[in-house]
Design a protein around this ligand. Structure first.
Ligand code: MSP
Length: 652
């Protein structure tokens, strides 16, 4: 019998409609790091990922290519599997929704829910987005288009089976309000408002296409994708047990500890999925965590917008560890983050080449030079030794705490505090001075020993995030054997190992040259894909500064944050938008000349900064009370100036 505590973590199953981009890898990299961290801590981990292969979109793509849907998905899934192999993603199982093990179980799941009386036949009419494979209600459409992808939707009506989602409203509300099932809290509020508006029963079958799992009680229907897709989390564990196959994994790992999902699919995971499980009288997952998106130039990456970042290009150039480190270190779980090559390259230089790489190469070189290549035992403790030791053995606990809150960036920061402290320890102890005299010899040995110990602990702690670097560091330190969690909690383990100078862990990058190289590669691949090359940008001309003013003049301006409640076109002026804005203590109308940049509906909910004490003015018959701040770009387009603060917060 397995005595270890279990930990079951999943990523969404990706649509194999196209190759994956860096946004998709973001979630998988987080799940991988967490799975590795928990394994290191000693858990019995199950890490599941896979592909969601049915649906109309895939059927259409295959038709356009003149292949069967199965042939189409096989090709794309092959690429996804190669990507995960290149990135050394440590999943324990990869489920494809076209696999017989999944198909037959989804049919059983449908029957279970049907037998419970929670599925009925009716007629569905709604707005359907083929790309997202989602039906939307009238009120959910944005500007008459799909709220997720912005593409046109069409009215669809057909005989369909429905799942009684509404029946579970109260239990879902209870789940969301009395447990920490869903995080972050902002998503909980969003889901509660869906429930309060009244949950509609969910259409779970389609007859208008046939690339799906047949409904077991009515073969002219196929199961609509979300019931099919969500079930993967349990069919992969062998649920329900059938054909004499064992469901030991289900009993061992279910309920899942964490489903990691992007913010746009939180509602499927935190309303539909638990309701399906409630209907089957099965336990619901312990947690659903919604993460933000990686944006490119502030926009969601998508092939149709031509702004996708290809992870393979970055891995080829910088290696998997550098890319994974960047993704985990730079972004905050739950929030959107902007991807830029420049920020990535600077992180790689500062944190990896300078801080970690230098520390290892300097230390190994010094042990080689001053101690004949053998890590010496420690002598008496002195000066900063105690502080270094205490920091080093405490990293384990601090990083684990951060990881349990899915704060990957802060867990890495905890480790880097030690990396930076160890670099400082070299400067403080000045080994090159100690090496000059015979009296300094014993102290020099202690310093070298402590440096090696500290790096050894770092090598353990970074293993979940950058396991190849762990291997390289340990080879340089002459360490053999398994990386063990408990070894990160002790300081004095080394002595007698033979160090081995190795190649530079992370070469220093010439940021400007790399930016140019990445841009050239982008242009080249766009050209290969038939897109016109982007014209070279002329050097930017910056506006000269205005004359200096006294602080007392600046102080007169009252700046506050607000949030746009509504926006509409000015009835008498094409260029003007009329905003109603919540400033906490009051609501105000402000008019701005930005109709050329924004559609009114895309402004709603935007956080803004306004000059509150500008005297009110009449603009074509309507009063504008204050002024919103915008950045105006060279092409005349505006960007909102905003602050992530409660409405009414003073800016200054
Ligand atoms: N097939 C469904 C999921 C079914 S799970 C039972 C699906 N697939 S997807 O391929 O469209 O998206 C998979 C995941 O990738 C989602 O969680 C989505 O948020 C994530 N991402 C896609 N683009 C992304 C970014 N640019 N940034 C971060 N995550 C992104 O939805």
């Amino acid at each position: 019998m397995n005595e270890k505590k279990t930990y079951y973590i999943t990523t969404p199953i990706y649509y194999p409609s196209d190759n994956l981009h860096i946004g998709h890898t973001y979630c998988t990299v987080m799940a991988d790091a967490m799975a590795r961290f928990k394994r290191l801590e000693g858990y019995d981990v199950m890490f599941l990922t896979g592909t969601d292969e049915h649906g109309q979109k895939i059927q259409k793509k295959a038709e356009a290519k003149g292949v069967t849907p199965q042939q189409y998905v096989d090709g794309v899934v092959d690429g996804i599997l190669k990507l995960w192999k290149t990135m050394e993603i440590s999943y324990d199982d990869f489920i494809r929704t076209t696999q017989p093990r999944h198909v037959k179980r989804v049919q059983q799941i449908f029957k279970k829910i049907y037998d419970k009386g929670d599925i009925y036949k009716s007629e569905y009419e709604g707005w359907y987005c083929t790309d997202c494979e989602a039906f939307w209600t009238e009120s959910q459409l944005v500007d008459g288009k799909c709220p997720d992808c912005g593409r046109p939707v069409s009215k669809a009506k057909e005989e369909a089976y429905f799942f009684k989602l509404s029946k579970y409203s109260d239990r879902l509300k209870e789940l969301l309000t009395t447990t920490d099932f869903l995080r972050p809290q902002s998503r909980v509020n969003e889901m509660l408002s869906f429930i309060d508006q009244g949950l509609e029963d969910l259409c779970i079958s389609r007859t208008s296409f046939d690339w799906g799992i047949p409904v077991p009680i009515d073969e002219k229907h196929v199961i609509y994708v979300w019931l099919d897709a969500l079930s993967n989390y349990i069919t992969a564990l062998g649920y329900p047990a059938m054909d004499g196959e064992d469901d030991e994994k289900y009993r061992r790992y279910w309920p899942a500890d964490y489903h990691l999902v992007g913010k746009e699919i939180v509602r499927f995971h935190s309303l539909i999925w638990p309701a399906m499980l409630m209907s089957m009288d099965e336990p619901v997952p312990k947690h659903v965590l919604g993460h933000g998106w990686l944006l490119f130039d502030g926009d969601k990456m998508s092939k149709s917008k031509g702004n996708v970042v290809d992870p393979v290009v970055l891995i080829d150039r910088y290696g998997i560890d550098a890319l994974k480190y960047f993704l985990l270190r730079e972004y905050t779980f739950g929030q959107d983050g902007n991807f830029t090559n420049e920020v990535m390259l600077n992180r790689m230089n500062y944190d990896l080449a300078n801080d970690l790489g230098n520390l290892v190469s300097r230390t190994v070189a010094m042990i080689d030079k001053y101690c004949g290549g053998i890590i010496p035992p420690a002598g008496p403790e002195e000066g900063p030794d105690a502080e270094l030791k205490e920091l080093a053995v405490g990293v384990r606990g601090r990083a684990a705490e951060r990881m349990d809150r899915f704060e990957f960036n802060m867990a890495l920061e905890e480790i880097w505090i030690l990396v930076r402290r160890t670099n400082k320890y070299i400067d403080e102890t000045a080994p090159w001075v100690l090496a000059k005299s015979e009296e300094g010899k014993e102290r020099l040995n202690t310093v070298m020993h402590n440096l090696a110990e500290s790096i050894r602990i770092v090598s353990i702690m970074i293993q979940p995030f950058m396991h190849t670097t762990t291997g390289k560091i340990r080879q340089q330190l002459g360490l053999e054997g398994k990386v063990r969690w408990e070894d990160a909690g002790v300081f004095d383990m080394l002595g007698g190992q033979k160090v081995e100078r190795g190649p530079v862990l992370f070469p220093r990058l010439d940021v400007q040259a790399e930016l140019q190289a990445l841009e050239d590669m982008k242009q080249k691949s766009a050209k290969a894909a038939g897109a016109p090359a982007e014209p070279e940008k002329p050097a930017k001309e910056y506006e000269p500064y205005k004359e200096a003013i006294e602080f007392s003049d600046f102080e007169k301006i009252d700046l506050r944050t607000g949030i746009i409640l509504s926006a509409e076109k000015h009835p008498k002026a094409d260029k003007l938008l009329v905003f109603q804005i919540d400033f906490g203590c009051e609501k105000r109308q402000i008019i701005s000349g930005v109709a050329g940049t924004f559609k009114p509906e895309e402004c709603v909910g935007k956080k803004v900064v306004a000059v509150m004490n500008l005297k009110p003015r009449m603009l074509r018959g309507l009063e504008s009370n204050g002024m919103l701040l915008f950045a105006c770009e060279d092409d005349g387009k505006f960007k909102f100036v905003s602050a992530d603060a409660e409405p009414g917060t003073v800016v200054g």
